[in-house]
Design a protein around this ligand. Structure first.
Ligand code: CFM
Length: 553
């Protein structure tokens, strides 16, 4: 079977040449900047990879894939929690377009460890609908009214308020309004200064959301839930029902899920997350802050996991068992893997001959461009190029580069919370000797190696890919499948290339865990082997280009 090396040995696909081609038409300054964000992967003998510039502003004029700070805070991190009324303080457009149509799912009767109260506010869109009047005279009064109205109608346990760009520009103090309403209503009301323009992408919003949830919610309920092997799952957002599949597997293994941040979650779950024995991180980019802060404040260690792909799921379950060092758990985990894998293998073996050697590119968010490569590997597909929209250097190169990352003004804008051990609740889950012993046994703590060490040499790693570069890449490589988001979807399809959304799964999924892997194999098989794409003719292929001259010429 062809490998990446074979493919790029073709002179036209030489990554050095492709890189030059991608930036050839840019003005010198832009080309220089993009050259630092388009990297040809080379893994050194010690596992080191080249430096990639990331988490910097998108060049104005380039059409990028990114979202805003508000999107990262309200949409991504807080959005999937079903029992918080999330109010967008701003003009209606921000609320309307962040309405959770991207298929975070929830089950009001069975969020982990929570009483079933039937609360589910996710299908609603709450906004203060600011008008010119509020922009000129201030919107705090309208915000107070909105909080009161939401409380009167829904009687929620908590209300979150999210600031949009104009709120930051006119200076409404959402935090003091929330404080006042919290005292008045006697429920948790908290605000987020997540104005869209903050930072360089939605990544800033993740950090702000993490700070807010950690400050206002985590640790507010000390009740300890029954069950053995208590874990939190961080950075899993229940897209397309992924969390349901992961919860099914945990339950089968006898692992107690205290809380998920934040797929299929509730505010109660966050409140006693500090009672878990270990934190598992799925999406490192969006939530590593919470894991770090919980370790400092409560003594809970964290381990990186991935439940995308059957092999990765099995590996992650074994990591959990290794952490707890309990023979009963180890046996159960092995039994579950043995029970689940035959169906996975059966589906894979049937599909593999049709998908092996197909070429794929993934440009998604801050973690999926890495995680989904494992699923494509199981299908024998080759990842030629990948990149994040807004990942940081540690998501590409691994956390070992953290000390070398220069903090720029945009990042300094986002508050770093100072966290200390909690006098009542700090309890190191493992002693230092135990940790050392576990490390020797191969348990890796507080580490994420990033995407690049996992990718073959000579693959193109591209940060913050632009639409222009997308078109170029497709023309040059003619991949069999391109993975990105809704904004990119139709332009890619017009090239006659199947495009898989990995943000909302195009209404497919779940893709996590064992059952999810099977779903994914089937969906990808259908897409890469459909002949429909070869019949595609883009409008510009059917009709000649329109030419015009200026009237004065
Ligand atoms: Fe994490 Fe996410 Fe992602 Fe993300 Fe996102 Fe998302 Fe994503 Mo869309 S938190 S970084 S900000 S895994 S919304 S659930 S799919 S870009 S790769």
């Amino acid at each position: 079977m062809e490998t990446t090396e074979d493919i790029v040995a073709d002179e036209c696909l030489d990554p050095e040449k492709v890189k030059l081609e991608l930036i050839a038409k840019y003005p010198t300054k832009v080309a220089r900047k993009r050259a630092k964000q388009i990297i040809i992967n080379k893994i050194g003998e010690t596992g080191d990879v080249p430096e990639i510039q990331s988490n910097v502003r998108t060049t104005p004029g380039l059409i990028g894939q990114r979202g805003c700070c508000y999107a990262g805070c309200k949409g991504v991190v807080l959005g999937p929690t079903r029992d918080i009324v999330n109010i967008t303080h701003g003009p209606i457009g921000c609320g309307y377009y962040s309405w959770l149509t991207r298929r975070n799912q929830t089950d009001p009767d069975s969020s982990p460890g929570t009483s079933s109260d039937g609360h589910n506010f996710m299908p609603y869109c709450f906004s203060t609908d600011m008008q010119e009047e509020q922009i000129i005279f201030g919107g705090e009064k309208k915000l107070k009214q909105a909080i009161q109205e939401a409380y009167d109608i829904f009687k929620p346990k908590a209300i979150g308020v999210f600031a949009t760009c104009p709120v930051g520009l006119i200076g409404d103090d959402v935090h003091s309004v929330c404080k006042e309403m919290k005292e008045k209503l006697n429920i948790n009301v908290f605000g987020f200064s997540c104005e869209g323009y903050k930072g360089v992408s939605q990544s800033a919003g993740h950090h702000i959301a993490n700070n807010g949830v950690f400050t206002h919610v985590v640790g507010t309920d000390d009740s300890v839930r029954e069950g053995e092997f208590k874990i939190n799952l961080l950075g899993e957002y229940n897209i397309g029902g992924d969390a349901f599949e992961i919860e099914r597997i945990f339950e089968k293994c006898g692992i107690t899920l205290v809380s998920t941040f934040s797929g299929n979650s509730t505010v109660e779950g966050f409140a006693n997350a500090h009672t878990a024995d270990v934190n598992l991180i799925m999406c490192h980019r969006s939530i590593n802050y919470v894991a770090e802060m919980m370790e400092k404040k409560y003594g809970i260690p964290w381990i990186k996991v991935n439940f995308i792909s059957a092999e990765s799921t099995a590996k992650s379950l074994r990591k959990i068992a290794a952490y707890f060092e309990n023979s009963k758990l180890t046996e159960r985990v092995e039994a579950v893997i043995a029970e689940e894998m035959p169906a996975v293998e059966k589906a894979r073996n049937a599909i593999y001959p049709r998908t092996k050697g197909k070429r794929v590119m993934l440009f998604v968010g801050g973690s999926r461009a890495h995680h989904y490569q494992d699923l494509f590997k199981e299908l024998g597909m080759i990842t030629l190029s990948a990149g994040y929209e807004f990942g940081h250097r540690d998501d590409y190169e691994g956390r070992k580069v953290l000390p070398d990352i220069k903090v720029d003004a945009d990042s300094r804008n986002i508050q770093e919370l100072e966290v200390h051990p909690d006098p009542d609740n700090f309890r190191p889950r493992k002693g230092s000797e135990e940790i050392e012993r576990l490390k020797k046994q191969g348990v890796v703590f507080s580490e994420y190696d990033g995407m690049m060490p996992d990718m073959p040499n000579n693959t193109l790693i591209i940060d913050d890919l632009s639409q222009y570069e997308t078109d170029q890449l497709i023309e040059i490589y003619k991949p069999d499948m391109f993975c990105a988001g809704i904004k990119e979807k139709y332009a890619i399809q017009k090239h006659g290339i199947p495009m898989k959304q990995l943000h909302s799964y195009d209404y497919g999924g779940p893709y996590a865990g064992f059952a999810g892997a099977i779903n994914f194999y089937h969906d990808i098989d259908r897409m890469v082997n459909s002949r429909i794409w070869s019949y595609m003719k883009a409008p510009w292929q059917k009709n000649p280009e329109l030419m015009a001259t200026y009237a004065w010429e």
